[in-house]
Design a protein around this ligand. Structure first.
Ligand SMILES: Cc1cc2nc3c(=O)[nH]c(=O)nc-3n(C[C@H](O)[C@H](O)[C@H](O)COP(=O)(O)O)c2cc1C
Length: 186
């Protein structure tokens, strides 16, 4: 019987959703029985049947989504005994890479992943920061205004505009390779 993997993700603008679906596709292609759940829309009823649980979240103001956090809280005991992996979608990462700001890169790795794992007593087989999306069309007026200096910086960094006002810093090859690596760890 195939091994079972659960991917639970939290998203505000959709970037973590499409990344999760891509990860699921690779896991399924590797012969794993894969379930994907949007934690903001659906309650997870039981995780006992899964051999591995992958938890992902988009970042906003250095915060995970409420849905992903609630899932971690609800299953804190079981997850600490289970094989887990965590990832986040972070559009800030590309800017720090552009600036070669290793100090900030280390800081977000700790803040977004290591501290989160420690907070919930997880011992993940892998923790990774993927790129994210800056979509100025989907932001509220206030966020669009606050983030206007970021837009200048994004353009300076040469990040491609995939459609007007939308900058995608995700590297699908990195996401797929990570998923393949996870398939080998289930
Ligand atoms: C208001 C706002 C705040 C953000 N804050 C952060 C942040 O603190 N760190 C970060 O890496 N990315 C930040 N981002 C970028 C998001 O992480 C990026 O858009 C990501 O793809 C969101 O994932 P989601 O679409 O799954 O919610 C922010 C984006 C917005 C709109």
């Amino acid at each position: 019987m195939s091994k079972k993997v659960l991917i639970v993700y939290g998203t505000r603008y959709g970037a973590t959703e499409s990344a999760s679906e891509e990860i699921a596709k690779v896991l399924s292609e590797s012969g794993l029985d894969t379930t994907v759940i949007n934690a903001g829309k659906e309650k997870v009823k039981d995780i006992s049947v899964y051999d591995m649980v992958i938890i992902g979240s988009g970042m906003q103001m250095a915060k995970w989504t409420g849905g992903a956090e609630n899932f971690l809280k609800k299953y804190i005991k079981e997850l600490s005994q289970k094989k887990t992996a965590i990832f986040v979608s972070s559009a800030a990462k590309a800017m720090f890479e552009y600036d070669k700001n290793n100090e900030e890169l280390e800081k977000i790795k700790k803040q977004y992943l290591e501290d989160k794992a420690a907070q919930y007593g997880l011992n993940p087989v892998s923790m990774v920061i993927f790129g994210g999306v800056w979509d100025f069309n989907k932001m509220s007026f206030i966020f669009r205004k606050t983030l206007s200096p970021v837009k200048i910086k994004i353009e300076e960094a040469g990040i491609k505009e995939v459609s007007p006002g939308c900058y995608d810093t995700r590297d699908w090859e990195i996401i797929r390779n990570w998923a393949k690596e996870m398939a080998g760890k289930v």
